[in-house]
Write a protein that binds this ligand. Structure first.
Ligand SMILES: [Zn+2]
Length: 293
């Protein structure tokens, strides 16, 4: 009997669907619950506020960033999305929650342990001349870096999303987030998104509602759409064959924003999908089934 029981427990511990959970409860009974697919670098964490009385506010601090709890979370609760950059070293990090209640202040702290995460490696054999951009592209690349920096600086102080994040394509994504990319055996870069192979011109859906922050042709990522979901959280869609939206436009979740292509530095028809959450590069797959619905 003991052996039979141990099998599902072992599966639960190993399955990627195993969910992490941390509850920080103040003496007043107000609490913040943090859930995530895993407590690892490159994951998005969902923090939900459970007040114990009227008029309470909460703030969360983690990895040198402060988070407010805003409306729009699960069951109408206030929430915060906390991205853990994929280069954060594994280890224990302090989470602090401060509950503000009519001038009274309660603080509760716990340590969150980020587990080790192994990232895949891929060696790409490529013509050396294609690895480094030609000098004539430098000016264009510098301009694009400035444009992207400006997009990612924007902070809309409210949540523009509606419910949870959805996959932008029905096709199966490669679990290649954070992959070490070696070109001709030399480590050159990390892959900060996931690739989803799909037929040329397949429609790409907005993962969540928001505002189109960028819709243009970029040197490396080709025809690219960036959606600003508010709170400095962005989803990015690259190598498109066409763009169906314009900058400044509001889009709903699952709206068609572009089509799958192979523009920019790409070797075949696919979507490179990535996420920026207050500067943290997180695995887009960690946003799916976050429990935001
Ligand atoms: Zn990619």
């Amino acid at each position: 009997m003991k052996r039979i029981l141990s099998i599902p427990l072992l599966l639960a511990a190993c399955s990627p669907a195993a969910w992490a959970f941390l509850r920080l409860e103040a003496p007043s009974g107000a609490a913040v619950e943090i859930t995530a697919r895993a407590l690892q670098p490159g994951e998005m964490l969902l923090a939900v506020f459970y007040p114990s009385g009227e008029g309470q506010e909460a703030k969360l601090s983690f990895l040198d960033k402060d988070y407010d709890f805003l409306p729009g979370g699960p069951s109408g609760r206030r929430f915060a999305l906390v991205g853990v950059d994929f280069l954060t070293p594994p280890g224990s990090y302090k989470v602090e929650v401060v509950i503000l209640d009519a001038g009274r202040k309660e603080a509760v702290q716990k340590y969150l342990r980020l587990q080790e995460r192994s990232f895949s490696r891929q060696n790409i054999k490529i013509d050396e001349r294609l690895v480094i951009a030609p000098p004539e592209a430098e000016e264009r690349l510098a301009r694009e870096r400035r444009i992207l920096a400006e997009v990612y600086r924007s902070v809309i102080p409210e949540w523009l999303g509606s419910g949870g994040f959805a996959a932008p394509l029905p096709d199966k994504p490669s679990p290649n987030f954070g992959e070490h990319r070696l070109y001709n055996g030399v480590p050159r870069s990390r892959h900060t998104g996931v690739d989803i192979s799909a037929a040329q011109d397949s429609p790409i859906w907005a993962s969540n509602s928001g505002r189109v922050a960028l819709a243009m042709d970029l040197y490396y990522s080709g025809l690219t759409v960036i959606i600003d979901h508010g709170l400095n959280i962005f989803t990015v869609y690259c190598h498109c064959s066409r763009l169906d939206v314009q900058e400044g436009q509001s889009v709903g979740r699952n709206a068609v924003i572009a089509a799958v292509g192979s523009t920019g530095r790409s070797t075949g028809s696919h979507l490179h999908w990535s996420v920026r959450a207050r500067g943290a590069r997180v695995d887009p797959l960690s946003l799916l089934s976050l429990g935001l619905e």
